[in-house]
Design a protein around this ligand. Structure first.
Ligand code: ATP
Length: 434
């Protein structure tokens, strides 16, 4: 039975003023256009969970594309339309994107000769969703503003911290929901409901992952690996025999688990520093999952997960550069340990490769060196540029790169090297090369 509740006060308390006012205005627009409009999905769930989430998705009982156009006219912005799916994205002038979807259709059949009537309904829309906690909606029309629509017990499940599907065929319909169930359970510290857990086990026994496309699996795995505690998720996947179901090579033995746990620590450490750029977590974890694989095995996984050419290339080339960097680092440790040499070993690697190396380093001293690279060396700049070299009358050519590299090295090894000294170095190098 539908349980309704007013959550206008929660919206007012928990949303930034601007967003609250925006919802009110969207509601007024809905009234003017004669349609019912709701916020749905993660946005509503997170309001009830007291978590910040300002990513609103709207569902319209009616024509979403027409409504999205009206929104763009009212608030300023443009519309990207997806006619086939009757959805649209409003791109506001600030660059913010808002999804607007048409509620799914419900068919009312009348007896005798009357035609079937199609009604766009929020209930049908919510029924196709993954879990009860994600199947909540809040209406924004002025006379119903803040009415929480809960057909499937989402509020109760949020209170009981439970992930529950809406019906018993849910995982057969879409097996990626199993990965989502694990992801949300870990993120919120929820447990997977008893019946839902049984349905997962059944689905895995039916081998439903076998037929599932790699891209869909990888999409969900990527989202999972971007969470704060992906290793717990991977462990859950292993507990349900899901990793093996995706590909028999994907295992979670204690050694691999340890590697992944180290990666998790390093990624968390890096995130805490708020450094730029932010890494692609999937790439670091995939390096870990592929630890000990040969190139042919990696290719098998690449094909199973249907990685794009670009993603596959990133992974394979990074594996090679990591191998080389490990050898170079070993040599560097045995040698004089000039800072500049450390810089030139790590600098060609993508950030994900450096994080992976840090996670795999057993020695505390090596971790410290890599951390120094990430937090300081990487962003250090010199005080001269190609323009200075031009001004010195040095003819352009490969010498420019060589000079700038040498000056970078000198500055890394001697932080107090002045601009004058850097220019002198450049002049001397240019003279020697003549
Ligand atoms: P997040 O905080 O991770 O963004 P979200 O709930 O907003 O969580 P999305 O992946 O953006 O997650 O999906 C938006 C909504 O679409 C979900 O809340 C859910 O209702 C629905 N949804 C997404 N994927 C599925 C799926 N595979 N099956 C059914 N419903 C789904």
């Amino acid at each position: 039975r539908r349980r309704e509740r007013q959550i206008k006060h929660l919206l007012r308390e928990r949303l930034p003023r601007k967003l609250f006012d925006f919802l009110v205005q969207v509601g007024e627009l809905a009234r003017d256009k004669g349609v019912n409009v709701y916020c749905v999905g993660g946005f509503v769930r997170d309001i009830l969970l007291h978590l910040p989430n300002f990513d609103v998705d709207f569902v319209v009982e009616g024509d979403a594309i027409a409504f999205a156009r009206a929104m763009a006219r009212t608030f300023g912005g443009r519309v990207r339309e997806h006619r086939k799916f009757k959805t649209a994205v409003v791109v506001l002038e600030s660059g913010e994107k808002i999804d607007v979807a048409t509620a799914r259709l419900e068919y009312y059949e009348y007896p005798a000769a009357l035609p079937t009537v199609e009604l766009s309904s929020i209930k049908m829309d919510l029924f196709r969703r993954d879990f009860t906690i994600n199947a909540l909606a809040v209406q924004v029309n002025p006379d119903q503003f803040g009415r929480l629509v809960d057909f499937f017990g989402g509020q109760k499940d949020i209170k009981n911290k439970t992930i529950r599907v809406l019906h018993s065929l849910s995982f057969v319909e879409d097996p990626t929901r199993i990965i989502r169930a694990i992801r949300f359970a870990q993120r919120f510290g929820f447990s997977i409901g008893g019946q839902t857990e049984r349905l997962i086990k059944n689905a895995v026994e039916l081998n439903i992952f076998h037929k599932l496309s790699g891209s869909r699996i990888f999409h969900e795995i990527r989202l999972m690996l971007a969470e704060n505690k992906p290793v717990a998720c991977l462990k859950e996947m292993a507990r349900f025999n899901l990793l093996k179901a995706i590909h028999p090579m994907l295992t979670m033995d204690p050694a691999k688990q340890q590697i992944l746990e180290e990666i998790e620590k390093v990624v968390a450490w890096y995130r805490l520093l708020y450094l730029e750029p932010s890494p692609c977590p999937w790439l670091v974890y995939l390096l870990g999952l592929c630890a000990g694989f040969n190139d042919a095995q990696v290719q098998v996984l690449v094909r199973r997960l249907n990685l794009t050419k670009k993603q596959a290339c990133l992974l394979t080339s990074l594996r090679h550069s990591i191998r080389k960097a490990i050898e170079d680092l070993f040599r560097w440790e045995q040698g004089k340990q000039a800072t500049s040499e450390l810089f030139f070993i790590l600098e060609p690697l993508a950030l994900e490769g450096v994080l992976y190396l840090m996670a795999r380093s057993r020695k505390e001293s090596m971790r410290k060196h890599i951390s120094l690279f990430l937090t300081q060396l990487r962003t250090q700049t010199i005080d001269i540029t190609g323009k200075d070299l031009q001004a010195l009358g040095i003819a352009s050519g490969p010498i420019y790169g060589q000079i700038l590299r040498a000056v970078t090295a000198a500055k890394l090894d001697n932080d107090s090297l002045s601009r004058e000294e850097q220019l002198r170095m450049a002049r001397e190098m240019a003279a020697r090369s003549r």
